[in-house]
Design a protein around this ligand. Structure first.
Ligand SMILES: C[S@@+](CC[C@H](N)C(=O)[O-])C[C@H]1O[C@@H](n2cnc3c(N)ncnc32)[C@H](O)[C@@H]1O
Length: 311
């Protein structure tokens, strides 16, 4: 892991503009900070999706309508606090399924495993510590009917239309009639969106800066943390909410005996969180080999969990 981590960080910092991969946000401290973010008043995403799963899980199960034994595979499961609502509902109908949460973060998976064992003791669980693309291969080997979960707006975190490649690969690894439930954050008042990444209490700022702390701690780098600042933006045309870390002075940072220069005001791109319209979602399903079975919205129409069937 450290080797790939180092290689990915070095590769990101020689690019122009400099980038750091968002999947490395989630060490123990990062996963904990994200749990705090989910509770913030400004972070509507979790509340909206929670409401959807709290009120519409029975409809989702009815629309999925599995005829025999099936498997639920969740990509980027995190702490599973929302998925639990759907799994609870499904367990009232059947226990004849396996739930495989996949996450690159060991600590997130450990937390999920611990809480599900207590709260959903009848759940047959198979946690997998892997990244999305390597886990996609594993889908193919399974012959059972599948429901793939990709919740919490994780779909919005790909750069350069990477969600198209991910969904196409997912489709190539499942069979006609298998389903995917995907959580999309919807385009809305740009101020509501920007506030979600710029909370007053500064937790999102901490979360972004924690990436530099992690690189210092695990790769022996010497980022001077107070010399970088969190900077979120939202572009209502592209639907991209983007977070940067801005260098507050002209400075050098040493990582693995390599020196990186940061100019005053230079950004490091750290995260993208794309927002979609209903028509964006329809186009995405159509172009990746799926049809939309149903869309489940929260009451404010901020978020949608979209159930797709592979065609
Ligand atoms: C924003 S959180 C959302 C978690 C959960 N889906 C939810 O809705 O609460 C993203 C999760 O995806 C995981 N993740 C991010 N990039 C990943 C990747 N490339 N492969 C596997 N897991 C990844 C993170 O570790 C984190 O737990």
């Amino acid at each position: 892991m450290t080797d790939t981590f180092l290689a990915d960080i070095l590769a990101g910092l020689i690019r122009s503009p400099k980038t750091l991969p968002s999947m490395y946000f989630y060490n123990k401290a990062g996963s904990k900070l994200f749990q705090t973010i989910m509770q913030l008043p400004e972070y509507y995403l979790t509340k909206s999706e929670f409401e959807i799963l709290d009120t519409q899980s029975a409809d989702i199960y009815k629309d999925f309508n599995p005829s025999n034994r099936f498997e639920i595979v969740e990509f980027g499961a995190g702490d599973g606090s929302k998925t639990k609502l759907l799994l609870k509902e499904i367990l009232t109908h059947t226990e004849e399924f396996v739930y495989s949460p996949i996450d690159i973060s060991k600590s997130a998976l450990k937390g999920l495993d611990k809480s599900y064992k207590v709260e959903l003791p009848k759940l047959n669980m198979n946690p997998i510590n892997a990244d999305y693309f390597s886990a996609l291969d594993g889908l193919k080997s399974k012959s059972t009917t599948k429901l793939v979960l990709f919740m919490g707006s994780n779909i919005g975190n790909f750069k350069d239309d990477g969600e198209l490649d991910f969904l196409k690969s997912m489709r190539a690894n499942i069979s006609v009639g298998d389903h995917a439930l995907i959580g999309f954050d919807l385009k809305k008042d740009p101020r509501v969106i920007l506030d979600a990444y710029n909370d007053k209490s500064g937790v999102t700022r901490e979360f972004n800066l924690n990436l530099l702390k992690r690189i210092n701690a695990e790769l022996g780098a010497d980022f001077d943390i107070p010399s970088f600042e969190h900077y979120p933006t939202y572009n209502p045309i592209t639907g991209e909410a983007t977070s940067y870390l801005i260098s507050l002075k002209d400075q050098n940072v040493r990582i693995d005996n390599k020196l990186f220069h940061f100019e005053y005001g230079e950004p490091i791109f750290t995260e993208i969180s794309k927002k979609y319209s209903d028509s964006d979602i329809s186009k995405l399903a159509l172009s990746t080999g799926f049809e939309i079975v149903n869309n489940y919205y929260d009451c404010k129409h901020y978020f949608v969990d979209s159930l797709w069937r592979a065609v």
